[in-house]
Design a protein around this ligand. Structure first.
Ligand code: ADP
Ligand code: ASP
Ligand code: MG
Length: 409
């Protein structure tokens, strides 16, 4: 095989797609089909089904604050199992294949446990594998540092492994196989939605950033940077899915409109904060120093020169953030600190929000009609987000999708 002229693709199969032995056999069948058309295939796998959640809850039975180093050692085992089983299923079909863990390739990352960034992928071993006519089955989600520490890329990170591999191998495209037929105008598991034939990198980055977990946030950034064409599709049928493959300026018309949600938010309120300069920085600088991202912030000026400051963080960061904030609250003489995990962020995403005031008012009206209280609001040129009680997440997605007629093209 002339590796210079080869046709390479990368495929990624998510948790549901490899959720049982039967599913793994089906994936092996698909790979065998593809192998007839392409010279080289690298397949990235996630852990089986809900394995990653199961491992996290095992850790939770032992400790409330596990070290992230050990979390990464624990979680990376899930993808190792899938990779080995898939190779067995391929070999059983007469397809030559070999599994690769991150350290074997290696996929080098920085040191940030549970949220590592890929620094470099050495492709020599994979090319050697292709040269021998083997399918390379790569454990997703995991990486290795320069010093040999195991890392993971953050929840949903196998998508990022796949796109990074596609970039490193200069693959023709990257197929992301999942349990829905593509990217939709809202989560199709919640409401009948419209499948998008195509979406720009920028549009997809917005959706992923606002919670549409069908693609990992960072994988879309990488795809844009390295011009990797992504095809999001189902491993349960042969339907054409959604292509994520163009820049916004090359696409016709406005940004795609959709409704997204994220339940992975938590809210912290610092009550009775003295209303004077410098207080906000005393709260937010230590959070930034700990790498905690703050999303929405509101401040209400209340009685006697005291303000209430409320902001949201990722749910996983809540405990860490609370430790810092409680300490600062005492130092600045605030009255108290409250927190709430049972919130969700509902967003409508699309072009020209600022120039169309009717969008925000319709959103508020629709939520109010169902008695859904809005706790916080934030707007930008391309999205409006509201924080609501997480109990109403699905209801809010449905009524907003209908009110904005997103099911119609
Ligand atoms: P995988 O395990 O294959 O990586 P994920 O659960 O991470 O799958 O992502 C697929 C899920 O993303 C779907 O089952 C769907 O519920 C959810 N999802 C949320 N928003 C959207 C959207 N706009 N379009 C498609 N799927 C979405
Ligand atoms: N198994 C990991 C998770 O559940 C990574 C992935 O599936 O992409 O988050
Ligand atoms: Mg996923």
């Amino acid at each position: 095989m002339d590796l210079g002229k080869r046709k390479i693709i990368v495929q990624k199969y998510g948790g549901t797609s490899v959720g049982s032995v039967e599913r793994i056999k089906e994936v092996a069948r698909r790979i065998a089909e593809r192998k007839k058309e392409y010279d080289a295939i690298a397949v990235v796998v996630s852990a089986m089904g809900k394995e990653t959640d199961r491992l996290i809850s095992l850790a939770g039975e032992l400790t409330g604050s596990p070290s992230l180093r050990e979390i990464d050692v624990l979680l990376s085992s899930g993808e190792q199992v899938s990779a080995a089983l898939l190779v067995m299923a391929l070999e059983e079909r007469g397809v030559n294949a070999r599994s690769f863990l991150s350290f074997q390739i290696p996929i080098l990352t920085d040191e940030r446990h549970a949220a590592a960034l890929i620094r470099e992928i050495r492709v020599e071993k994979l090319l050697q594998c292709f040269q021998e006519g083997c399918v390379a089955v790569v454990a997703g989600f995991q990486g290795i540092t320069q010093t040999g520490e195991i890392t993971t890329l953050g929840r949903g990170g196998s998508d990022t492994t796949a796109v990074a591999l596609a970039a490193a191998l200069n693959a023709d495209f990257c197929e992301i196989y999942t349990d829905v037929n593509g990217v939709y105008t809202c989560d199709p598991q919640i409401h009948a939605a419209r499948k998008l034939a195509r979406i720009s990198y920028e549009g997809m980055m917005e959706l992923a950033g606002l919670g549409a977990k069908v693609l990992h946030n960072r994988c879309v950034e990488l795809a844009r940077k390295f011009n990797v064409k992504i095809h999001v599709r189902s491993s349960f049928n042969n339907e054409e899915g959604t292509w994520v493959n163009g820049r916004e300026e090359e696409m016709e018309g406005a940004l795609i409109s959709s409704v997204t949600y994220s339940r992975e938010e938590a809210k912290i309120s610092v009550l009775g904060v003295p209303d004077k300069p410098g207080i906000a920085s005393m709260i937010f600088i230590p959070l930034a120093e700990m790498g905690i991202n703050v999303d929405m912030i509101i401040q209400n000026i209340g009685r006697q020169n005291a303000a209430d400051l409320t902001f949201t963080v990722h749910e996983e960061d809540l405990e860490k953030a609370l430790q810092v904030v409680k300490k600062v609250a005492v130092e600045i003489g605030a009255e108290g600190v409250h927190s709430d995990r049972n919130i969700a962020k509902i967003s409508i995403v699309g072009g020209g929000m600022h120039s169309n005031p009717g969008v925000a008012s319709l959103m508020f009206q629709v939520l109010a009609r169902e008695g859904i209280n809005i706790m916080m609001i934030s707007t930008s040129e391309i999205k409006i987000s509201c924080i609501i009680d997480s109990r109403y997440t699905e209801l809010a997605v449905r009524i907003l999708h209908d009110a904005f007629k997103l099911g119609e093209s």
